[in-house]
Design a protein around this ligand. Structure first.
Ligand code: NAD
Length: 366
């Protein structure tokens, strides 16, 4: 029986309170017994267009953690798509499980059916734990999927584009912090040697940075250390390094009270989503400590720009041009931060929200 009390999930947290606080339109819990699929699709905002955002597969410690991740990531997509000037809303999905052990064709197809049932309100793509060939399995069940392999008419892995805009954002941060956007000789710690992390390492290596890398998987660290001649460091050691730039390229919330008490960098610029554990508290704390924070959703937009190009059948030149715009946009956010005495994340969110609000006000006419 329905009561007027908020439903709680796992302890005291109400799903509806959380969803209404963060402004989500729809959250779908997907379960398939045969394949063991447990997924959450979160559609945050569709004012600008269908919600587009990747699917993450990760071994969450509990369901609450997975839900929080889906809610936070989908909200981030709303701002990312808006500030990048794309006609897309924000959404994201998480699959609970170990991608190295539990990801099967059947599980991905079961998930694809849930995406299909949303009739295009949500379009999926890759995120942590997923790749282009996984998108092919999902595409067997739904056309609302992007980031498909080039051989299947897609634009392939979005990660190189994400790495490129992250690199553009890092250069803009260097311009602001050091007066030059050259990264030559800069000491950069890259947390996470995944798809994007490795492409970013390539850009940094070409520019002559001194690079430190950590990864959850020791084999990944070994691979990139051998391939690029860089230095591998421990999972926690990365926060203690004496570096110029810390680049979070793994999971979120790594910029928090504990890490900010250790970090000695001038700049934080990485591709990971939701780097600030608390946008207000840790955005402000970065500012107070004199650390220039390049907003994550602004500088990691290359992947979704490439994926959007696939959706609207645009070409690589358009994508490259759009990715390069991130450099100037990042500088504008830094200027806004100085001008209005606000943290950089706040300023970037305001720019993104203004676009959404202005489009929401336009009325349909016939
Ligand atoms: P990926 O799964 O290829 O790589 C992530 C890597 O981080 C893995 O190798 C994993 O082992 C490692 N990792 C996890 N926890 C770690 C920890 N505590 N310390 C060090 N390493 C850890 O994912 P990806 O596609 O490279 O994405 C990386 C980040 O960038 C994610 O936050 C993702 O949401 C974000 N992002 C990715 C894209 C894209 O195009 N792939 C686009 C925008 C944002």
């Amino acid at each position: 029986m329905l009561t007027n009390k908020s439903t709680t999930i796992m302890g005291e947290v109400s799903v509806f309170d959380k969803v209404s606080e963060m402004g989500h339109e729809q959250v779908v819990f997907c379960h398939d017994e045969a394949t063991g699929l447990k997924a959450i699709i979160a559609v945050h905002n569709t004012v600008l267009g269908p919600a587009l955002g990747g699917t993450r597969m990760w071994m969450y410690e509990n369901e609450q953690q997975a839900l929080n991740d889906a809610l936070r990531l989908s909200r981030g997509m709303t701002f990312k798509n808006s500030i990048a000037g794309l006609n897309l809303g924000g959404g994201k999905a998480v699959i609970i499980g170990d991608a190295r052990k539990h990801k099967t064709e059947a599980l991905l197809r079961a998930y694809g059916k849930f995406v299909r049932n949303l009739n295009g309100k949500y379009i999926t793509a890759e995120d942590v734990g997923m790749n282009s060939s996984d998108m092919e399995h999902i595409a067997a069940e739904t056309k609302h999927v992007s980031g498909m392999p080039e051989a299947r008419g897609g634009l392939g892995d979005p990660s190189p584009f994400t790495a490129y805009t992250t690199y553009m954002g890092m250069k803009a941060a260097a311009k602001k912090a050091y007066g030059t956007d050259s990264l030559a000789g800069k000491r950069v710690s890259v947390q996470g040697a995944g798809h994007v992390g490795e492409y970013l390492i390539q850009h940094l290596k070409e520019e002559g940075c001194q690079i430190y890398v950590s990864d959850f998987y020791a084999d990944r660290v070994k691979e990139v250390v051998n391939k690029y001649g860089i230095e591998g460091v421990g999972l926690d050691e990365i926060y203690d390094l004496d570096v110029d730039i810390y680049s979070p390229c793994a999971l979120g919330a790594t910029v928090n009270d504990e890490t900010l008490s250790k970090l000695k960098c001038d700049i934080i610029a990485g591709c990971a989503n939701n780097q600030l554990a608390d946008e207000k508290i840790h955005g402000d704390l970065c500012r107070e400590k004199g650390i220039l924070y390049a907003p994550d959703f602004l500088i990691n937009s290359g992947g979704v720009i490439n994926v959007y190009a696939e959706v609207i059948s645009s070409n690589k030149e358009w994508t490259k041009h759009k990715c390069e715009e991130v450099y100037d946009q990042t500088l504008r956010v830094f200027e806004g931060s100085d001008e209005h005495n606000k943290n950089t994340q706040e300023v970037a969110i305001e720019i993104a929200q203004q676009r959404i609000d202005s489009i929401a006000k336009t009325k349909a006419t016939f």
